[in-house]
Design a protein around this ligand. Structure first.
Ligand SMILES: Cc1cc2nc3c(=O)[nH]c(=O)nc-3n(C[C@H](O)[C@H](O)[C@H](O)COP(=O)(O)OP(=O)(O)OC[C@H]3O[C@@H](n4cnc5c(N)ncnc54)[C@H](O)[C@@H]3O)c2cc1C
Length: 377
C-alpha cells in the first residue's frame, strides 16, 4: 500500500493531506512516540495524489522566493493586560481584533477535551482567550483546512496563526490566494509529542486529584518574560519554574520533539506567510528600555497585505523598526537538534509505565548520575 512518507522525518503532521482527500482515504494514526502520522486506506484511495501535492515537506525542492522588502519590528501591545496574558508582546491578539472587528474568524490553538491541543475558529473577542498563548504541544488541525476554505469562499476575513509547517500546509491546501486571508506563522522551536503531553496531564491529574482545566506555559507573574508555568486542577492553581517542570524540561532538552522538527526547512526568515511572529530574543541588548520582563514580540512583515494591516493596527502598539540582524535567533537560522539520547529516551517511554519513566527522568534531571549513565539521558 502507498505511504505518504518513508522516514518519520518526512512527515510534519500538519494534516493537510487528511483534509484534502475528499474520499476520506487519509486518516491520522498515533505512533508509539505519541505523534500523529497519516495512513492511506487503499480501499478508498483513487490515486489522485492530492495528498502528496499538498505536503509542505515534499515541497522541499522548490526554493522560496527572496523578498527584499521584508520589514522587521519589535512590538509590545499598549494594553498591559492583553500583553500580560500573551506569550510575548501580544501581536497575535492585535491581529485577532483587526479580523474580529471585520466580522471575520480567527484560527488558533486551544485546549479541547482532555487538554488535547486543537486548532479552532473563534468569532468574538470574548472567545479570544481560548486561542491565545503558546501551547508547547503539536496541535491537531483536523477539519480546519476545509472550514477555513469555506469561510474564505464566503468572503469572510480569516486570521490563521500556527506553526510554519501548518501555515504552509494551509497555503498549499487552498491553492488560490485569498485577499482576506492573513496567514501568520510562528518562529518555532519544534513541536512536542501530543501523546507524552496526554500522559503528563493524566499524571498531574492523578497526583492532584482532579481534572486539569488550564496550563499556562508562559506565566509572567515574575515579570521574567514568562519563564514560569502554571496549571489549574480541580479549581486549585499550581505554579513553578518552566525549567523545573518535567514536561517542559523534556521539551527544552530536545527529547520529545517531532522527528521532522530536527530537519525543519522553515527555520529561516524566508517564508510564504504574510506575517511571522515570535519572541524578541535579545531585546535587552537592542533596546534595554523596552525590556520590562513582560514580553516583546518580533514581527516580520513579508507581504504588501501585511504592510497594509500593520498601518491599520500600529496605533495599538509600542514599536520600533529594526534590522534583520537584530531579530535573528537560533530558530530563524536552523532547526533544533535532537538530544543525543533521544532514541533511548523514547525507547524507555514506550517500554515503561509513564509514572516510572517520569520518576527516572526527574531523578536523572536532578543530577542522579547513575541514572544518567544507565540511560545516557
Ligand atoms: C510550539 C511552539 C514553539 C515556539 N518556539 C518559539 C521559538 O523558538 N522562538 C520564538 O521566538 N517564538 C517561539 N514560539 C512563539 C511564541 O511562543 C509566541 O507564540 C509568539 O511570540 C506569539 O505571541 P503573542 O504574544 O503575539 O501572542 P499569543 O497570544 O501568545 O499567541 C500565541 C499564538 O500561537 C498560537 N499557538 C499556540 N500554541 C500553538 C501550537 N501548539 N501550535 C500552533 N499554534 C499555536 C496561538 O493560537 C496564538 O495564535 C513558539 C510557539 C509555539 C506554539
Amino acid at each position: 500500500m502507498r505511504s505518504l512518507y518513508i522516514k518519520k522525518e518526512d512527515c510534519c503532521g500538519c494534516g493537510a493531506c487528511v483534509d484534502i482527500c475528499r474520499r476520506g482515504a487519509v486518516r491520522m494514526m498515533i505512533d508509539r512516540e505519541g505523534f500523529r502520522y497519516p495512513k492511506i486506506d487503499g480501499s478508498l484511495c483513487v490515486d489522485c495524489r492530492q495528498c502528496e501535492k499538498v505536503c509542505p515537506v515534499k515541497k522541499k525542492a522548490q526554493s522560496m522566493e527572496r523578498n527584499p522588502s521584508r520589514k522587521y519590528f519589535a512590538v509590545q501591545v499598549k494594553d498591559e493586560e492583553v500583553r500580560r496574558l500573551s506569550s510575548s508582546g501580544g501581536m497575535f491578539p492585535v491581529l485577532a481584533k483587526y479580523v474580529i472587528n471585520r466580522q471575520g474568524v480567527v484560527y488558533g490553538a486551544s485546549y479541547g477535551r482532555n487538554m488535547k491541543v486543537v486548532h479552532k475558529g473563534i468569532h468574538t473577542m470574548e472567545e479570544l482567550d481560548a486561542v491565545k498563548r503558546t501551547k508547547y504541544v503539536q496541535s491537531s488541525l483536523k477539519g480546519v483546512y476545509r472550514e477555513i476554505e469555506t469561510q474564505l469562499k464566503d468572503d469572510r476575513w480569516v486570521l490563521f496563526c500556527g506553526t510554519p509547517c501548518q501555515a504552509q500546509g494551509l497555503k498549499d491546501f487552498l491553492k488560490t490566494p485569498y485577499p482576506k486571508l492573513i496567514l501568520t506563522d510562528l518562529i518555532c522551536y519544534g513541536v512536542p509529542s501530543p501523546g507524552i503531553w496526554r500522559s503528563y496531564v493524566k499524571s498531574l491529574e492523578k497526583k492532584r486529584g482532579g481534572r486539569m482545566t488550564d496550563f499556562s506555559f508562559r506565566d509572567k507573574r515574575n515579570r521574567d518574560n514568562g519563564h514560569m508555568c502554571s496549571y489549574e486542577i480541580g479549581g486549585n492553581e499550581y505554579s513553578g519554574s518552566l525549567y523545573s517542570d518535567p514536561y517542559c524540561r523534556m521539551y527544552f532538552s530536545n527529547h520529545i520533539l517531532r522527528p521532522s522538527c530536527h530537519i525543519c526547512r522553515f527555520c529561516t526568515i524566508e517564508r510564504e506567510s504574510d506575517i511571522t511572529i515570535g519572541d524578541f530574543w535579545g531585546i535587552e541588548k537592542v533596546r534595554p528600555d523596552m525590556d520590562d520582563g513582560m514580553g516583546t514580540s518580533v514581527v516580520i512583515l513579508h507581504t504588501e497585505k501585511a504592510r497594509e494591516i500593520w498601518e491599520a493596527v500600529r496605533e495599538e502598539l509600542s514599536w520600533f523598526e529594526c534590522e534583520k540582524k537584530d531579530v535573528l535567533q537560533p530558530r530563524l537560522t536552523g532547526p533544533s537538534g535532537a538530544a543525543k539520547s533521544r532514541r533511548i529516551f523514547m525507547a524507555c517511554y514506550k517500554a515503561l509505565p509513564f509514572s516510572v519513566f517520569q520518576k527516572l527522568y526527574i531523578l536523572s534531571a536532578s543530577g542522579r548520575t547513575f541514572i544518567r549513565r544507565l540511560f545516557g539521558w
